[in-house]
Design a protein. Structure first.
Lengths: 148, 105
């Protein structure tokens, strides 16, 4: 997309399909937040969202063992803009039904990761481009009242 | 990175988790919690030193809580830090897990 190419993403990195990459993910998010003076809550939220998306690609998307299977791009401009790409099987998380968080313990299904992403981020959009799943989203600002 | 600790305090088995309960640490967290559930009729989980949790970490806690429920073991989660509490709240888990502010002993 032409206008996307004009936007500079200062934080732009790839992850291999291995859970040991979670430490590097945490370090990159920490570095991004420090560069923009974003507080611990923002850092926690970004780390959580990116972990959920990344782990899903490794566990369910077929990215286990794949080099540079995911790509993360972060930008800050009054809100944190997140772009997450992965080369796993086609999967649109925006189509996952809402998690039943009122279900008792023994009836809990999966989908908790996507549920958390939706709680934290807004305007989640999915596209499939060539071999890549592509998600874009931004973190709700403090002055936006979240849906309960 | 996660480090599990164990301590007996009167009739409570206090199992602590220090660090980050991410997907890489989830198995170790679950093992430690299950070990506590197998060891005692009363288990208190000390999360005061847990700085981060993801859905994988939550799942480990849920699995241990299920094991405790099946074994009729009392299982309480204590001293959540504020960001970790937020994740529990977003997941609705604070309604089905026994969460309290302080350790029972």
């Amino acid at each position: 997309m032409c206008h996307n190419q004009a936007i500079l993403y200062e934080t732009d990195f790839f992850l291999n399909g291995n859970l040991s990459e979670l430490e590097r993910l945490a370090a990159e998010v920490s570095h991004f937040c420090a560069a923009h003076s974003l507080d611990g809550e923002v850092e926690f939220d970004l780390n959580l969202v990116l972990e959920e998306l990344f782990v899903n690609t490794v566990r369910y998307g077929g990215c286990e063992g794949m080099e540079s299977s995911s790509r993360v791009r972060l930008r800050y401009d009054s809100a944190v803009e997140v772009e997450f790409y992965d080369r796993g099987r086609p999967f649109d998380p925006t189509l996952v039904p809402p998690a039943d968080i009122d279900a008792p313990l023994d009836q809990r299904e999966g989908g908790l990761g996507i549920h958390l992403v939706r709680q934290i981020m807004s305007d989640v959009k999915y596209r499939r481009v060539d071999e890549w799943n592509h998600l874009s989203m931004h973190r709700r600002g403090r002055n936006i009242v979240a849906d309960s | 990175m996660i480090m599990m600790t164990e301590e007996k305090r009167s009739d409570w088995f206090v199992v602590g988790a220090r660090g980050r309960a991410d997907a890489e640490a989830a198995d170790e967290l679950e093992s430690g919690l299950r070990r506590a559930v197998e060891s005692s009729a009363k288990v208190a989980v000390d999360f005061s030193a847990l700085s981060y949790i993801s859905s994988a970490g939550l799942r480990a806690v849920i699995q241990a809580a299920r094991a405790a429920q099946a074994a009729k073991v009392e299982f309480v989660i204590c001293s959540l830090t504020q960001p970790v509490q937020k994740v529990f709240d977003m997941s609705g888990l604070h309604q089905i897990l026994h969460v309290r502010g302080e350790l029972p002993c």
